[in-house]
Design a protein around this ligand. Structure first.
Ligand SMILES: [Zn+2]
Length: 310
């Protein structure tokens, strides 16, 4: 079954095209706001709308014959079972980045059947300027010509102060950001059975309830342990709890920790690639048998590794 095109909405008024600044204004509304959306009234109930805004469907358009012009507009797509953002993007001849940025998607694995997506007619990124941003600075960080931003958004000055959102034609999201959104940031540091999950548990030695700040992966002694993400070795050492351990610092505040190793194969300050072997599974420290204790931090806060590994 294919997803149904719920309607099409043009950012244009009659034959007069509105500027992309108008698009930006629309895009800032929780979901379309006042613009006209075509839909089957029942299907559009409102409950499944991102942002939780109920829409009053006004007319069924479902008119794929509306001619494209050079302006940017978007259609509305209803997600069906089995859809992925990548497949939807491919079918529409645009990049995943476009759909992600137009819909403020932070986790592509969490898109739900029945939810609605804006499908822009052009490839590019919808960008929300930060304080002090200029067209030139944004152009440079996305490696696109500044002129294309001026033109697409009909901007006349460099400062993006007070501009809600700008369309960056043909821009791609930083690959790191895309991996993060796609849930592809981390890879399993080793293979084995999960012997203890993240969260509260009864201590295997003392029987006392305690918080387990990582994931335990049980496997054979000497199995390679690999960097779960590229980064730089921040620390290696020995602790009575975690035995031989390695701490890797990554992009964007992420860090990962590997404990109970039988050997450490890297040194502090060394850069490591994703998947590079850094040590071997062991049972050093406070451990009942060979396993890897794996913890992930973001800006010092704990994350549940199970949510990051797929
Ligand atoms: Zn553990």
């Amino acid at each position: 079954m294919d997803g149904s095109m719920m309607g099409i909405e043009r950012i244009s008024a009659g034959r007069k095209r509105l500027s992309l600044r108008m698009l930006a204004a629309f895009a800032l509304l929780p979901f379309f706001g006042s613009v006209c959306i075509a839909a089957e009234p029942k299907a559009m109930g409102g409950a499944g709308m991102p942002g939780g805004i109920g829409l009053e469907p006004r007319q069924a358009i479902a008119d794929a014959s509306i001619p494209l012009d050079r302006g940017l507009f978007y259609s509305v797509y209803r997600v069906v079972r089995g859809d992925t953002i990548g497949a939807i993007a491919d079918r529409n001849g645009i990049t995943t980045d476009s759909i992600v940025s137009f819909n403020d998607i932070t986790n592509t694995r969490a898109i739900r059947t029945g939810s609605f997506l804006k499908i822009p007619s052009q490839t590019g990124v919808l960008y929300r300027p930060k304080k002090g941003d200029t067209v030139e600075a944004v152009a440079s960080s996305y490696s696109i010509p500044a002129d294309s931003i001026f033109e697409a958004n009909q901007l006349s000055r460099s400062s993006l102060e007070g501009v809600g959102a700008v369309f960056l034609p043909d821009a791609r999201l930083p690959s790191f950001r895309l991996r993060e959104i796609n849930g592809d940031l981390f890879r399993w540091p080793t293979w084995g059975g999960i012997s203890s999950r993240f969260g509260w548990r009864t201590d295997p030695f003392s029987g006392v309830r305690s918080f387990h700040n990582g994931l335990d992966i049980a496997t054979n002694m000497g199995t390679p342990v690999r960097a779960a993400m590229e980064g730089r070795i921040r620390e290696t050492g020995y602790s009575p709890t975690f035995g031989n351990y390695i701490l890797i610092g990554h992009h964007s505040g992420y860090a990962s920790f590997y404990g109970h190793l039988s050997s450490i194969g890297v040194r502090q300050g060394q850069s490591v690639a994703l998947g590079q072997q850094i040590g071997l599974v062991g049972s050093t420290g406070y451990s009942t048998g060979p396993h890897l204790h794996f913890t992930v931090f973001k800006y010092g806060g704990l994350l549940n590794p199970a949510n990051l590994l797929h």
